[in-house]
Design a protein. Structure first.
Length: 277
């Protein structure tokens, strides 16, 4: 009798588990089944809208399974060619993961400033501007703002006190402003904020190198300390991060090549590598 009740209990539990599994099914495509737990297991921790993520996950899963089913119907997955491609891809992926681990654990990402400057100087003709850049200031302000004439004077000044006063004024009244004229910036984003009549070339080659334009309800103040046009040699400061990336990539390749050669040499010394020619 005790054995009988044990069997009944087991069947009830099994039936409950099966029902629970069926209730947690999100989608079915042919013989493939997607369960809720499968999605939750892969749910990123930073997702704010779980429902949207869930819907997209299901849609993507269905698309992949539909295509996979058609692929199995139309392509012989037992061919030697396909097996070779799968094997080659797996091997390439393993090598890549190993190389990435080597880089993460052992590769020195330090690049000295002198190396950056030397690279720039030795390859200077490669660094040409693809758009105009400038050092300067701009302010966009409502034409009804108070004491605008005093702003005109401050705008042209290089005195620290005047600059502080100008910044304070802009914080209160300017729609938009940029005051730091010691840093190179791309001009196109600024040009899009200015009236169409603004000509960077005319402003820069004028004696005063600034322009004040009133249009509609705003006044636009634009000043150039320096200007470089598209096609000219790009300054080092603009190219610094790009050069660092180029040097790091070369150093990574050199490092991986060195590791590979060391492994080959050690393999030959230990008779793990034998080449028959």
């Amino acid at each position: 009798m005790r054995i009988f009740f044990s069997i009944i209990s087991f069947l009830i539990i099994l039936s409950s588990c099966q029902k629970k599994s069926e209730d947690s099914i999100l989608a079915k495509v042919y013989e493939y089944t997607l369960f809720y737990d499968d999605v939750i297991y892969n749910l990123p921790s930073n997702i704010s809208d779980t429902n949207s993520y869930l819907n997209k996950y299901v849609d993507d899963w269905v698309s992949k399974k539909v295509l996979l089913n058609q692929a199995y119907i139309n392509i012989d997955d037992n061919t030697d060619e396909l097996e070779k491609k799968v094997s080659d891809y797996k091997n390439s992926l393993l090598i890549y993961e190993y190389q990435q681990r080597l880089i993460d654990q052992n590769f020195d990402t330090t690049v000295l400033l002198d190396d950056l400057i030397n690279y720039y100087n030795n390859n200077i003709n490669e660094f040409k501007l693809d758009q105009d850049i400038f050092k300067g200031r701009y302010i966009i302000i409502d034409k009804n703002a108070p004491n605008i004439k005093s702003l005109y004077k401050l705008f042209r000044s290089s005195d620290d006190t005047d600059i502080d006063e100008m910044v304070s004024y802009c914080m209160l009244y300017a729609k938009e402003y940029y005051i730091n004229d010691s840093i190179w910036n791309y001009f196109n984003p600024i040009k899009q904020k200015m009236p169409k009549s603004v000509s960077a070339r005319n402003i820069f080659y004028s004696k005063r190198k600034y322009e004040i334009i009133e249009e509609d309800n705003f006044i636009y103040l634009l000043l150039f300390r320096e200007f470089k046009f598209k096609g000219e040699i790009s300054p080092f400061s603009i190219q610094k991060e790009k050069i660092k990336s180029l040097i790091l990539n070369k150093n990574k390749m050199d490092y991986l090549f060195k590791v590979e050669n060391e492994l080959i040499q050690n393999g030959k010394l230990n008779n793990d590598i034998k080449i028959f020619k």
